[in-house]
Design a protein. Structure first.
Lengths: 308, 308
């Protein structure tokens, strides 16, 4: 019985030290290890190239090193395996910090001011009261809730949208596709933190973007395929939307001719909103292996039917 | 006895309504009013052109509509007049929000990412732990303390520097010119919120900037003359400093050839960090007039000898 780790050698060193200390009876090996794969029960990986899972004949659990598991195509995931996404405090707090920064930047017109700077234009664009800034967060899991908690002290009007209804103090919560139009209509700044599933793929499309208030802004920190890139460009160019901060794209990195590189009202960042902290994410997996051994529910176990 | 208001007609409408409601016995006039100036006891103004104060022979109190009063040259201010700066909750909360945004932007390398975007470069620059980000705030008055309170939940290591020693929970406080080098040496992100006085003019100069840690960043939201513009350019170009967000300059707007317009590692914004909220700032002045009539200390009364 052993665990195989498929990530950078720098991270492997940190994980190996944690496992040796906290779970010494479980051999920790990296993906390059030439030993037999027959005794491997646990696999830790972000990427899922064809044939990877099948190369471990006695695999029991696959741990994603990120919050997303869409790369494992949960709908067609082997029934006999368990799939676990990463729920890690560092990942959530990093995302909350980035979302807070992005919302403040859009609220305070920083993309417009950067454009003015390029034109050498010195003009104040006004500041609306915090209470008149309506921030809507799509996706109310660990990261969505952490983002809302970081935004709460700023005094904005907060709302949220998720598949199943949530109750979050101080947040007006909407649920299901039938409440999506009302939610979008009240989001001056829309934050996408959804999981990528068949239902959410392409959800940021022309039809839905057109439901946002005039001049609304977008923070796209979900997964690349949530957004129909051309629809965002059209909404910005027509003047319907104000600006966007986009951190994720499909594919990454985008081709040099991708329009986001040079659009004056898009700040495009290279998938940097949050990263897992190697030590604490190792601890999360160790805790889950102990739970698995005790037949207790693992944190972040994916419901394959809903895809996250 | 009357009050004269020297600002935009839009603001005058809001102020006039507040004064009519809350201080109906005090005639409220705008600067364009042709009535005799002999009965004017109170003047509300930001700008102080030559001869303005002298045109009101029975003036008693001058209220600045902003936090700064350096335009009144406190050192030479007439002895028989009182000078009051604006201490207004909206001004402080707007500044706190802008400083939080600016610190997050610099911590998360947003100026560098914007530069990468222009070069079509897709590269993650890392994220240091929040606890390893040392933020130092110069100036610990209303705005400095509001900024520190907004930064506190982020988990950064906070320090402050002021002329006289302050005690602020969770903030390592330094005081006086002799403790300035130690304070600067521990500020990965330096925020300037000082008043402009003879002692602070030019304080952000080559000598002091050289005391910051390698790669440190600057948030300049004080007053334009705090910064020696050429020294910041030199520190950025030599690689000693990482990036700067500059909101104030002297003069404003800067000339088209000013290097801040086009420097790739300066985000230059047109003095937008915070503005007073007309209604609540009117209320602050009304409260101060009531205090003046009762012979109680006014909020924000300037100590002419220290200049703020």
């Amino acid at each position: 019985m052993s665990i195989v780790f498929n990530s950078s050698s720098e991270r492997a060193r940190i994980w190996s030290a944690r496992f040796t200390q906290l779970l010494p009876d479980l051999p920790f090996r990296t993906i390059d290890d030439r030993s037999s794969r027959a005794d491997v029960e646990f696999l830790v990986t972000w990427k899922n190239p064809p044939g990877l899972l099948e190369s471990f004949p006695n695999l029991k659990v696959v741990f994603s090193t990120g919050a997303g598991v869409d790369q494992f195509e949960p709908e067609g995931f082997p029934d006999h395996l368990k799939l676990v996404r990463m729920i890690e405090p560092g990942l959530s707090s990093g995302m909350a910090e980035f979302v807070l920064m992005a919302v403040l930047m859009l609220r305070r017109d920083m993309i417009a001011y950067a454009e003015q700077q390029r034109r050498k234009e010195w003009k104040f664009l006004g500041i609306r009261p915090a209470t008149a800034t309506r921030v809507g967060v799509m996706g109310l899991g660990e990261m969505g809730q952490a983002a809302l908690a970081a935004l709460a002290p700023m005094g904005f009007a907060l709302s949220g949208w998720s598949r199943n209804r949530r109750e979050i103090a101080g947040v007006s919560c909407h649920a299901g596709i039938e409440e999506l139009p009302h939610f979008l209509g009240g989001s001056d700044i829309l934050v996408c933190l959804l999981p990528l599933t068949g239902e959410t793929r392409g959800i940021l499309n022309a039809a839905n973007l057109s439901l946002l208030p005039q001049g609304a802004c977008l923070v796209q920190v979900g997964r690349g395929p949530h957004l129909v890139d051309a629809d965002l460009i059209a909404a910005l160019d027509s003047g319907r939307l104000g600006a966007a901060l986009v951190d994720v794209l499909e594919p990454e990195p985008p081709a040099p001719e991708h329009p986001f590189w040079s659009h004056p009202r898009i700040l495009y960042t290279p998938h940097v909103a949050s990263t897992i902290q190697p030590a604490s994410s190792a601890d999360v997996v160790i805790e889950n292996i102990l739970r698995f051994r005790r037949n207790e529910p693992m944190i972040g176990l994916v419901d394959l039917s809903r895809g996250y």
